[in-house]
Design a protein around this ligand. Sequence first.
Ligand code: BGC
Length: 682
Amino acid sequence: MIKELLNKLTLEEKIGQLIQVDPSVYDISEETELFGVSDDTYYVKKDRYLYGSILGINNKNHAIRIQRQYLENSKHKIPLLFMSDVIHGCHTIFPIPLAQAASFNRSLVRKAAEIAAKEAASSGIHVTFSPMVDVTRDIRWGRVTEGYGEDAYLTGEMGYELVKGYQGDFSNENVAACLKHFAGYGAPDAGRDYNEVTLSKETFFNYYMPAYAKTLEANPQLVMTSFNTLFGIPATANKYLLRDILRGQYKFNGVIISDFASTANMISHKYADSSLSAAIKSIKAGLDIDMMSDVYSKHLYHAAEKDPSILKLIDEATLNVLKIKEKLGLFKDPYRGLVEDNQSPQFYDDGTNLELAIESVVLLKNNNLPLKNEKVYLMGEYADSRRTNGSWSWVGGHISNNKTLKEIFPNQTSYEAADVIIYCFGEGERESGESQSKTNPSVKQKDVNQLKQLHEDGKKVIGVVYSGRPLILTEVETYLDSIVFAFYLGNQMSEAIKRLLLGEVNFSGRLPISIPLNVGQIPMYYGQFSTSRPRNTDDLTEQYVSNYKDSPNTPLYYFGDGLSYSEVKYHSLTLNKTTLSEGETVKLSVKLENLSNIFTKEVVQVYINDLFSEIVRPKMELVLFEKVSLNPKQTLVMELELKYESFMYKDGNNENKLEEGPIEIMIGSPRKIFLQETIEIL
Ligand code: BGC
């Protein structure tokens, strides 16, 4: 049916399907927020009933009215596809993605995505521009907030769950997912947004691509290209990335969409000398939809006239777009069961939000938690703030129902009478996100001064960090008795923090990204190499080794760090074999003992260290994690499995490699390995 439809379309009608515009094109004035600069010269008004998709809808009635108007005026009645950024919730706002990663909880992350999808679908949205699985090792980059941290394995696991959660079985309660931003967007030079990316192929394929690859296994229907160049070519027209890697090696057969005008941006990159050349380069590279630019809307037709080989590519791209419309059931029901009414937006949270918020918080230091009957005084910029949603909560950025920590915290008293100060500080919710790069992601001077003063006054202080990105805490660390890294947790932030501080629930979050000791260490990440001249001691004066003369090499807090109110002991790691050949699996067994009297959730982290390889590998690579519940005093034997593939790495052509020899298997975290065994690869 789709192919027959394609055959009926003229060239203009086909190209129309490849163009994405904003709702104002249909003259229905409603509020939408666009995350880029646009005016009304990027599209051709007379062609608007040919266009295929819309960016930035968040209102059901609005969507229905545009769809109706469009269908009444269009010849072939091909429904419009509505796409929006539902990043960490639609009406219910969940923790920011970086915080969700800290939960290390696959099933909660998936549930949150299911709820987000249901709310988005009920608002007329068909596609969400999520998940963003751009690995980043540079906390200066503001969009670190929207990803899942520094590790490709963790990021890929999260991306996979999100796509499954959003897409379900493509019912009317689901939305299609768009993996973004392909590729390497999380590694801009010097952490400056949109800057060049200068990764080697070995680095890209081993430490960035696996996150996209795992997410692709969940079958997202779309992939968005990135603003940056990779291997010298803007991603949006990078044939090697899009046709060879994505479509060729990973068999991706969905829609490839540009990022906001990233086609037109190729002129600024000096990769295209005109919009016409940008159109030719993009379609040849495999780009299907052009988001918010004049490149396809004004130039693809001329490109096809100039170069008839493009006609076939336009057919392929159009078919990709029509396939998604069919998959989402739009040809059968362009409204996906929605009707216009006066109801307010639907909230479908079933308690998942609070659970996820609780598991997303990371306890970094603890000398005075949980609170018992202490009298507290709350201070700091965020103590009485409802702005707890985090960036990217525009679709349903309701804060009126959010509570401030001050509004709900018990046992409050005056400053003088307080036993403990709860100091809420960090960065505003919009200080991270797109185009929010900073050279110095550290605690603000006013907070340093204030915390120093509290310390000098002999106060006991619990620091609660509100931030979309990791913040360098070195200057205030000694002034704080306890440190709670809370990120931005959405609607349930205050409730989650309250319960955690009071010990009503246990902490179980772990850092998905390292927190450097100072700016000069950036990029800081656990997966470092041992280098030609490894540092041997902590002595900074040591010469001719890989160290700094003014700083240790180690971060303030490591990836994987996080305390709980309980202590779990690891014993008796055993492997069911000592050698491993291709096609085989090794079974690990490890005993966990909850030494405490309270329920806990433990994140069991498994790392490997390949002792010899043809391309040098890091000292530690996360290959598996499981979050496991332990009752008070419970001992549990965990069985884990690692396939031969988990030990492999990639060469510069993205081919799998693994040589014979020993590989260490380690359980613990980059800060401390508890148990270790070696397996011999045959
Ligand atoms: C962002 C994308 C986003 C798009 C549409 C761009 O500026 O980079 O991640 O999906 O806008 O809002």
